[in-house]
Write a protein that binds this ligand. Structure first.
Ligand SMILES: C[S@@+](CC[C@H](N)C(=O)[O-])C[C@H]1O[C@@H](n2cnc3c(N)ncnc32)[C@H](O)[C@@H]1O
Length: 216
């Protein structure tokens, strides 16, 4: 995720927890400064300890707040929201419409990914890049977005991400299998899940999809 941060960016890390990402961004020289926020005081205490231990106080500012409350474009050009549900992300962004004016969003939703993509496209954001990442044996999507008009998504892509961007990723086959298993579980009593299952199976039948060399 940190690799998607432009060099020299002024970053706002929402829900920073232990401030691992801000410390990496400063120590690696990737970001010029970071405003690291969390809604709870306990994570911010851990964050403060790590910031002090790593001597990054001059570049990392900590703030207790809900989402982007009390924060504006003067505080950063890149907003990271990672490790939360998609519905929390949409609530945070709804309350901060300034993020549509050129701010780069880097989002790593833990759940409700289709709802997040739908909300972004219906609320003046364009998803620019989709990536897959692996952590502790789990594959998850990371997307970047900015204010702007978005091309439409297919139903399968709302759930998976844009196939043109992630279809060749070596993690894609595993990710698709996980998403397929979820749809298969719900399909007997949910027509939308059954339709998704068909779309996923159609993707699996496309030649070479699994080895990362296909045209997906
Ligand atoms: C699972 S941790 C993710 C930490 C880090 N962003 C990461 O991806 O490794 C989620 C953090 O988000 C914080 N959080 C949840 N809702 C929030 C909100 N509305 N505003 C700010 N922080 C929030 C939690 O307190 C917690 O520290």
């Amino acid at each position: 995720m940190a690799a998607l941060v432009p060099s020299g960016a002024a970053v706002i890390d929402v829900g920073t927890d232990h401030a691992m990402v801000p410390v990496w961004l400063i120590q690696s020289g990737r970001a010029s400064r970071v405003l690291a926020t969390d809604i709870r005081s306990r994570p911010l205490q851990s964050a403060a300890a790590l910031v002090e231990k790593t001597g990054t106080e001059g570049r990392i500012r900590l703030m207790q707040t809900d989402g982007l409350a009390g924060i504006g474009p003067e505080d950063g050009d890149t907003v990271i929201i990672a490790g939360m549900g998609g519905e929390t992300m949409t609530a945070i962004l709804s309350a901060a419409p300034w993020t549509k004016n050129g701010t780069l969003l880097i989002l790593e939703p833990q759940s409700k990914k289709a709802e997040l993509r739908r909300w972004l496209t219906q609320n003046g954001y364009c998803v620019e890049t989709e990536r897959l990442a692996e952590d502790a044996g789990r594959v998850y999507p990371i997307l970047t977005a900015r204010g702007g008009d978005s091309p439409a998504y297919s139903q399968a892509e709302l759930h998976l991400g844009r196939l043109a961007q992630i279809g060749r990723d070596p993690l894609f086959a595993r990710y698709l299998d996980t998403m397929r298993a979820q749809a298969a579980k719900a399909a007997p009593y949910d027509p939308a899940a059954a339709a998704l299952l068909e779309e996923y199976d159609a993707i699996k039948r496309r030649p070479d999809y699994a080895d990362g060399t296909g045209d997906i």
